[in-house]
Unconditional design. Structure first.
Lengths: 481, 636
């Protein structure tokens, strides 16, 4: 059997074991449980491994449950593992701070840590399994588990009016979930199966429902309004999974359905790409007006997810762009949310951008990490460069030298760079505001650099050579199930 | 014998690797005594690069060298060694090394050495990558590195607390404009402008890849490509590609970032913002023209339009930059404006290659070399002056000149060489440039020649003004502290002596192209221009100051800051405001209005359930009535 299967079993088992350890050990165990599958999935990605593991057959109309992997799954899987592993380590100092803040509501910190690590690992592992599930119902189940786990995390440990925000998050994501589920069921009745490899057609209504559901989750312009609430008020380690990993999975689902039946996207390409551009630019401008650092990052997520919608419309090279954009955004945004959390933990909940300024003076390591994070977002010397490259190539492939479209997409990329460096200046540079220089736990900044260095190493050989080769074979070679 | 791959790896990796010790040391022990000795390592890294670049210059055969990167996409690390790259590489490495040595002393007491040396060395590596790479994607990696290093180094003094690091007079306002800029602002402005150009350039690269499947500048079938996409496509593609060079080389209207880039340390201004990085834009244009061979594409209107556009953009930017420098009082900003002017001339001259062939590129490239050494010298002197006088504005008299003899002599020689006073270095190159613009008479008209001569005259005037105001007729400096610097004078003395080497190369016919320069230099028209330049030099030397509203207008950079500081931000913030209202509207609708609507509805439904029979009967009767009315209306 393929080593990837064993590797993704590890975090699943650890999810239920980790709560029995003391907090520090639990954090390290969770880290190890995700870093091992990271290396395995990375290896599988670089060597273009693929496999299929039948689980059971449920008969019509559900069809076969099976796990499968190709380079797309491995690319998503490796990203999820790396970010989860690093956030697990980071959780330890951050949640310690959070529990101290909440000491009126909590009696036993160790017990809270048990609950926390159970939910955290469950959340991360369900996303990991999602990208390896070969049946749409199986996929939906993992989607629901991840939603429930993250809902509970926000409900219990969030900020502000956290129960209200958690419910808001729950309602929105379930609108998305229900629409998608109905779409899936329609596929089931049309094809008598939901196994990805056996589906042959996806009718208009099914596609539309799945698309709308995923637009809510992605999110596109309009439904995007849930995202700033959820991302800003969630405890920061959860934000650091929610924004980089979860919302982008909507792109993964659309990508999978596209590979089965591309007609819907191709038919409505112009509308979808216009919507994607509008989302991106709209959210990009929203970033400038935010005063809450975490909300600011949430809007930037919306803008980045617009890239994925754009990329989805741009043919085979666009699909490459979708995958790379997911990786690059996950790396960049997880770093950035962790910097936001670092500031919160070190300066007693400081989130107001206007009260920051000159922070580089006091927390240079976090400031430099934020620079790497923003480099990822704007595609400077990080893996995002390839994402942008393939999106731009896709434009010429599909639309030729269409000046309006070129200007719009180029502006989308420009505005990412603008808000990135505008925010950097506002938060970290300028005259320092006379704060004290805190002592930083190494868990609070080292994980950021690990992700950052990997995101930069990804543009050079041998990593770049191999992973782009595998993705090309997978997407352009036509071996996808 | 080391193989080429290792050598090239060392060329790019050594500067970065040797700057890591100080970078890490500064994170953990900022300001420690032992950490302050580590910059020597960084400079050693630069020295290794210099040795390799010189080895390439003298011993490498011309040609390309390929190392696999993304072989499945036909995108590879392709390095090219030809006339342009060999000289440019050696020039970059030499200037970087000399300025590195200067920086050891200049930055000795700085509070942020780790950051400074890391970005300084990363810049050098990126620049060498841009110079030697033939593959556009690889070039783009270096290019992004340049942008990032420039941002990091401009905003180096991020605390914004030192008056000496500002540009403009602090507190001065003209209308709604603040006419002063802090380092952190300068950094943001630089990167925002550069992103504006880099993204279209990135698009153009992707488009070239999509259309030809190849990204190696020397291999792409440019003529076939232009033929395939037609005149309009050609214009879109090349202009998009040149947006990168235009912004990086600060051509109009993207010039403002270069002026506020002077908030960075002077070493940075000398290396990045005069000698090498800003010249990377013009260098890329030369390299592209070298292989596009536009002189063979006369039947393609798209190409002609683009080259005509670049010609005039360059000349007009040159005129703008020279006029601004004429009105400027700040040492570094004056030099920045003059850099912009020179870059414009390089663009214009290289664009003339469409009509005149490769010779125009040779001339532009030689001007780049002369300009790099001369301008770097002037910047280094300016840095020393700022250190000594604690003043950003021009000041200094003959007494100062006596105390800083090396600086004085270096300035005299550099200004003479750069302004084109015969028989100094730039005179010969400028003469060839005059000749080229003269040749354009038939195709383009006489405007380019007149513009060039005007620029040359103004150029020499402000260089003489710089000399005069700093060493001869300027105000007496308020403070004067000479700290017995050794490395700084050595660095600029070596730098300025390179101009003599170049002069020797031209007059001694050491280069094949030199014969052309000398021949043009002895033509009567060239001598006339040289005389005009000399006269304006002498006049400005004697009368360096003229108070007039025009001067103030020029000194305020013709209020170009309004574009960057007022118009564009106003538009941006207006859109951001609208978008913010949109968000609030959606938020209120989804998270207030809909829940409240449902709550009201639920309250109404619950009110029915009061338990009184009377109410239920009423409701039932009401429904019957409605049913009857509906039935009668539809005549059922």
């Amino acid at each position: 059997m393929n080593p990837v299967v064993y590797a993704i079993l590890i975090p699943l088992l650890v999810t239920f074991i980790a709560p029995f350890f003391r907090p520090r050990t639990a954090a390290i165990v969770s880290f190890v449980a995700f870093i091992i599958p990271f290396f395995v999935t990375l290896w599988a990605l670089l060597t273009n491994q693929s496999f299929e593991l039948p689980l059971m057959n449920l008969g019509k109309p559900i069809g076969e449950f099976y796990l499968f992997a190709d380079s797309i799954s491995n690319a998503f899987g490796a990203t999820i593992c790396l970010v989860s592993a690093m956030v697990a380590l980071y959780s330890l100092p951050y949640m310690k701070h959070r529990f101290e803040e909440m000491k009126d509501e909590i009696d036993d910190v160790t017990r809270e840590f048990r609950k926390y690590f159970l939910l955290f690992n469950l959340y991360a592992v369900s996303m990991l399994w999602l990208v390896y599930s070969g049946n749409l119902i199986l996929l939906y189940i993992f989607l629901e588990i991840s939603l429930l786990a993250s809902f509970l995390l926000i409900y219990k440990y969030g900020y502000g009016n956290r129960q209200w925000v958690a419910l808001l998050y729950f309602v929105w994501t379930h609108i998305a979930g229900v629409l998608t589920l109905i779409g899936f069921l329609m596929i089931a009745f049309e094809n008598s199966t939901l196994a990805l490899k056996s589906i042959t057609t996806v009718s208009f209504l099914a596609w539309l429902l799945i698309f709308l559901g995923m637009i809510v989750k992605l999110p596109g312009l309009g439904p995007h309004i849930w995202l700033p609430w959820a991302h800003a008020e969630a405890p920061t380690p959860v934000s650091a999974l929610l924004s980089p990993l979860t919302v982008g999975l909507a792109g993964y689902v659309l990508l999978r359905i596209y590979l089965v039946s591309p007609w819907f996207i191709n038919e409505f390409r112009n509308i979808i790409i216009a919507y994607g551009i509008l989302t991106s630019i709209y959210a990009g401008f929203s970033v400038f007006k935010q005063t809450d650092y975490k909300k600011l990052l949430a809007y930037s997520t919306v803008s980045q997810m617009g890239y994925m919608l754009i990329a989805l419309c741009l043919g085979s090279y666009g699909l490459l762009g979708v995958v790379i954009q997911y990786i690059s955004h996950a790396f960049g945004k997880s770093i950035l949310f962790m910097t936001a959390g670092g500031i919160i933990a070190l300066y007693h909940g400081l989130r107001d951008v206007n009260k920051m300024g000159g922070l580089h003076e006091y927390i240079p390591t976090i400031s430099n990490a934020a620079l790497i994070g923003f480099m990822n977002l704007s595609g400077i010397l990080a893996v995002g460069m390839f994402g942008e490259f393939f999106i731009l190539k896709g434009i010429v492939d599909v639309y030729g030298l269409d000046l309006k479209l070129i200007l719009a997409v180029v502006f989308v990329f420009i505005i990412s760079g603008w808000y990135s460096f505008y925010t950097l200046r506002k938060i970290f540079y300028g005259t320092p505001k006379g704060m004290e220089r805190p002592k930083i736990s190494r868990f609070l900044d080292t994980p950021l650099y690990v992700i950052g260095i990997i995101s930069i190493v990804f543009i050079f050989p041998p990593l770049a050579t191999l992973f782009l080769k595998s993705l090309k074979l997978c997407i352009l070679g036509g071996v996808c199930p | 014998m080391i193989d080429i791959a290792t050598l090239l790896f060392l060329l790019f990796a050594t500067p970065v690797a040797f700057s890591l010790p100080i970078a890490f040391a500064w994170v953990y022990r900022p300001g420690a005594e032992w950490a302050r000795k580590l910059p020597i390592l960084s400079v050693f890294g630069l020295f290794v690069s210099l040795c390799i670049a010189l080895y390439i210059l003298f011993y490498f055969p011309n040609g390309t060298y390929t190392y696999p990167w993304l072989p499945d996409y036909n995108i590879n690390f392709v390095f090219i060694f030809d006339y342009l790259s060999k000289y440019m590489g050696a020039l970059t490495a030499l200037i970087a090394f000399l300025i590195g040595v200067y920086g050891l002393e200049y930055m000795k007491h700085d509070y942020r050495l780790g950051w400074y040396w890391f970005f300084f060395n990363m810049f050098t590596a990126s620049m060498l990558l841009v110079v030697y790479s033939d593959n556009l994607m690889l070039l783009l990696i270096g290019w992004e590195g340049l942008g990032l290093a420039s941002w990091g180094l401009i905003g180096h003094w991020f605390r914004d607390d030192d008056e000496l690091s500002y540009v403009g007079i602090i507190g001065r306002k003209v209308g709604p404009l603040n006419m002063f800029w802090s380092p952190s602002f300068g950094g943001w402005r630089a990167i925002s402008t550069i992103r504006f150009g880099d993204m279209p350039m990135f698009f153009a690269i992707a488009a070239i890849y999509a259309l030809t499947g190849n990204l190696n500048i020397s291999e792409i079938d440019w003529a076939g490509l232009f033929h395939h996409i037609g005149a309009i496509g050609t214009v879109i593609l090349i202009i998009a590609l040149l947006m990168g060079p235009f912004t990086k080389s600060a051509q109009l209207p993207f010039s403002e970032w270069l002026m506020t880039a002077m908030t960075g340390p002077t070493t940075v201004s000398a290396l990045l913002h005069s000698a090498t990085m800003v010249a990377a834009g013009t260098y890329l244009f030369m390299r592209l023209s070298w292989y596009i061979e536009p002189w063979k594409l006369h039947h393609m209107h798209g190409v002609e339009m683009v080259y005509l556009f670049v010609l005039f953009l360059g000349l007009i930017s040159a005129l703008y930059g020279a006029s601004v420098a004429l009105g400027c009082r700040e040492r570094k900003v004056l030099l920045a404006a003059s850099t912009m002017s020179s870059l414009g001339l390089m663009f214009a001259c290289a664009a003339a290659s469409f009509w005149l062939g490769k010779i125009a590129i040779y001339v532009a490239f030689w001007y780049l070399i002369v300009h790099a050494f001369a301008k770097a010298t002037l910047f280094l002197v300016a840095g020393h002056l700022i250190h000594a006088t604690h003043d950003r504005f021009c000041c200094g008299d003959l007494e100062l000149a006596k105390k800083m003899k090396v600086a004085f002599v270096a300035t005299v020689f550099a200004t003479l060489c750069l302004s084109g006073v015969p028989p100094f270095t730039a005179y010969w190159v400028k003469s060839a440039m005059d000749g080229i613009m003269h040749h354009l008479m038939h195709e383009v008209g006489s405007a380019p020649l007149y513009l060039l001569v005007t620029v040359s005259v103004i150029y020499s005037a402000f260089l003489a003004k710089f000399l005069s105001l700093n060493f001869i007729k300027g105000d007496k400096p308020k403070h004067l502290h000479l700290h017995g610097e050794v490395l700084m004078p050595i660095a600029y003395a070596v730098m300025v002596s390179m101009l003599a080497v170049l002069l020797y190369a031209i007059l001694g016919h050491a280069e094949p192209i030199a014969g052309e320069f000398v021949e043009k230099g002895f033509e009567r028209s060239s001598l006339a221009v040289g005389l005009a330049v000399l006269i304006s030099y002498v006049i400005a030397l004697v009368v360096p100051r003229l108070e007039s509203p025009i001067g103030r207008f020029l000194g305020d950079r013709m209020y170009m800051p309004a574009l960057n500081d007022y118009i564009i931000p106003k538009i941006g913030w207006a859109i951001a405001k609208i978008v913010d209202y949109g968000n609030r509207l959606i938020d209120t609708f989804c998270h207030q209005a809909i829940p409240e609507l449902i709550a009201t509805y639920s309250l109404g439904v619950r009110a029915i359930q009061s338990g009184y029979l009377k109410r239920y009967v009423k409701i039932a009767l009401g429904f019957v009535m409605v049913a009857l009315i509906v039935a009668s209306l539809v005549r059922w």
